[in-house]
Design a protein around this ligand. Structure first.
Ligand code: UDP
Ligand code: MG
Length: 229
């Protein structure tokens, strides 16, 4: 089986309302690109899995990875990356906050051949101003700690060799952006307008966001002392 140029990896938790439109927009945005779409259902309590099963039956480019229990966004992403075979892989949110139309620009940037990761640098007023402020502070800190671009989120395109490194990493609870930074292959970011959520609430409460940020710092610390490789 020839390997596709691009694997699209989407972690899914309670996104039944956006999956059909996301699937349609991915195919429209990637017309002419040889790609596979991998949706990882992180044990959603809503009908996400049924919608994805339907999409996977109707479209041979679409695959469903169905997790038995909720493992969180980062482990779900790593399960999808491990399943993908593409020369490049791109990760994006299932709630349409990350515009699928931007993937082509990430791929164009990657085709220049000098980097292993191209981040969609976050732009716009995509969440409340208090959340934006704390996100920016977190991102600046992560930038200083592990060298990822200061506007980096998890909407990122990765080379095959970087994906192979990421899925083999050991260590504490994973945090994908920190892991990309620590591996230390060349990175770039291009500005991408991030959309506000149109449907449902963020899976992350304030407390969950704080825990998630803490896990990122723990992951980098573990890497620096050699406990995460
Ligand atoms: N997600 C997941 N497992 C979880 C929580 C979230 O796979 O336990 C996915 C979710 O479906 C979405 C992405 O992670 O695709 C980001 O979640 P969300 O949009 O709720 O977070 P935010 O954009 O507010 O950071
Ligand atoms: Mg979101």
């Amino acid at each position: 089986v020839p390997t596709p140029e691009l694997s699209v990896v989407v972690p899914v938790y309670r996104n039944a309302g956006t999956l059909r439109e996301l699937h349609r927009r991915l195919h429209a945005a990637l017309a002419g690109v040889d790609c596979e779409l991998i949706f990882v259902d992180d044990a959603s309590p809503d009908p996400s899995r049924d919608v994805l099963a339907e999409l996977a039956v109707a479209d041979e480019a679409t695959a469903l990875v169905a997790l038995d229990e909720n493992v969180g966004q980062h482990r779900a992403v790593l399960a999808g990356l491990a399943r993908g075979r593409g020369s490049w892989s791109v990760i994006l949110d299932a709630d349409l906050q990350d515009p699928p139309e931007a993937i082509r620009a990430l791929l164009e940037r990657a085709r220049a051949g000098d980097v292993d990761a191209v981040f969609a640098g976050r732009r716009g007023e995509y969440e409340s101003s208090s959340r934006l402020r704390t996100s920016r502070l977190f991102k600046r800190t992560l930038h200083l700690m592990c060298g990822v671009p200061p506007d980096a989120g998890i909407f990122v395109l990765l080379s095959r060799r970087l994906v192979d490194r990421l899925v083999a990493l050991r260590g504490p609870a994973p945090f994908v952006v920190a892991m990309v930074g620590c591996v230390g292959l060349p990175m770039a970011s291009i500005p991408v307008e991030r959309a506000a959520r149109v449907n449902g609430d963020s899976a992350y409460s304030t407390w969950a966001r704080a825990k998630s940020a803490w896990r990122a710092f723990v992951w980098v610390a573990a890497w620096k002392v050699g406990a995460a490789r």
